[in-house]
Design a protein around this ligand. Structure first.
Ligand code: CUA
Length: 352
């Protein structure tokens, strides 16, 4: 390879690497909110800058020695040195001290991050191939117990939340890059009531806190099958009032369309087999809960914006939009008529 070509490739790789470091990326771990993600970022920065100093120091001495003591003539033989007690002690103690500097804050953070504060809210996270289910268990003064939603999580700003992580099928991992994670979501058995055992020894715990209101990206971080990369979610960090309003709205019942609506028959038979809508006869547990679906910003585990066009495309042929999803097993192109698709999209987006 010519020198110029090598330089070009090197320059291009450097540029790509540098561009990927932009902190404004939605899944950046540098542009963070809350104590967990910022604690992790601070630890990373400490280690990074220490490593930079060590690198410059060691490489500097190396480069200096290469030039200073290079062979100057054919008969030139450098002094042969065997052992230097002082230097050997120095280069044993210096790295040990450096490791202590890194170790103390690391262990501090491990303990801090392992124990949720006493006032934490409690939410169960259930991983499915390939979507997320959230069941609210305890929100302190806000009555959220029993609230179930899918793929979009709401939490109040400045509030620690303890997540219990369980999976219904394979191993997933819960990660909200700007707020914290990742932690494995492991399969657990079901109790006699058909619900996953949240106190099983494989049920993992993770606490997080978002400090700045906004919409944050979440992502499954463990290869879990064909749509692993599509197993995304959103975290809405709300101010306290907005959160309380969201909870009370989510808990209020939805209603079915009139039984003459073109969507009614499919809703109560086909959709009802997998989906639940609070306050209606739809109580399926296989697919995402669709209660108040119209308030969500995304569709198909946060792959797409929740627009009428995207929703209609989804209802027409879900398999074409998200590989491997179970809905594609029963909804093929033509399963729903255009009239039904139109009416279903209207109804679902109207669930506010
Ligand atoms: Cu779930 Cu990757």
């Amino acid at each position: 390879m010519s020198g110029r070509r090598l330089l070009l490739i090197l320059g291009f790789s450097l540029l790509i690497t540098a561009v990927s470091c932009t902190p404004s990326h939605p899944q950046s771990t540098f542009d963070v909110t809350g104590p967990i993600a910022s604690g992790q970022r601070d630890l990373f920065s400490l280690m990074f800058w220490l490593a930079v100093i060590v690198f410059i120091l060691v490489e500097g001495i190396l480069v200096y020695a290469i030039f200073r003591y290079r062979k100057k003539s054919d008969g030139d033989m450098p002094a042969q040195v065997h052992g230097n007690t002082r230097m050997e002690i120095a280069w044993t103690i210096a790295p040990a001290l450096l490791l202590i500097v890194v170790m103390v804050p690391t262990i501090q953070k491990i303990f801090e991050h392992a124990s949720p504060p006493d006032n934490s809210y409690e939410i169960a996270v259930i991983g499915h191939q390939w979507w997320w289910e959230f069941e609210y268990l305890d929100c302190g003064p806000v009555d959220c117990a029993g609230l179930v939603t899918a793929n979009e999580l709401h939490i109040p700003a400045g509030q620690p939340v303890n997540f219990t992580l369980v999976s219904e099928d394979v191993i997933h991992a819960f990660w909200v890059p700007k707020i914290g994670g990742k932690r494995d979501v492991l399969p657990v058995p079901k109790n006699s009531d058909g619900k996953l055992d949240l106190v099983h020894q494989r049920a993992n715990q993770l606490w997080l806190q978002g400090d700045v209101p906004g919409e944050y990206y979440g992502q499954c971080a463990e290869l879990c099958g064909v749509s692993h990369a599509n197993m995304r979610f959103r975290v809405h960090v709300d101010d306290r009032d907005t959160f309380a309003q969201w909870v009370s709205n989510q808990k209020s019942p939805n209603s079915l369309p009139s039984n003459t609506d073109p969507s009614y028959q499919k809703l109560t038979t086909l959709c009802a087999a997998c989906h639940a809508i609070t306050g209606t006869t739809l109580t399926g547990v296989i697919g995402p809960d669709l209660s108040h679906y119209g308030t969500r910003t995304t569709l198909a585990s946060s792959m797409f914006d929740n627009t009428p066009e995207n929703l209609k495309s989804w209802l027409r042929d879900p398999g074409a939009m998200k590989p491997g999803n179970i809905m594609a097993g029963s909804i093929k192109p033509g399963t729903l008529s255009e009239e039904e698709i139109e009416a279903l999209a209207d109804y679902l987006l109207g669930l506010r």
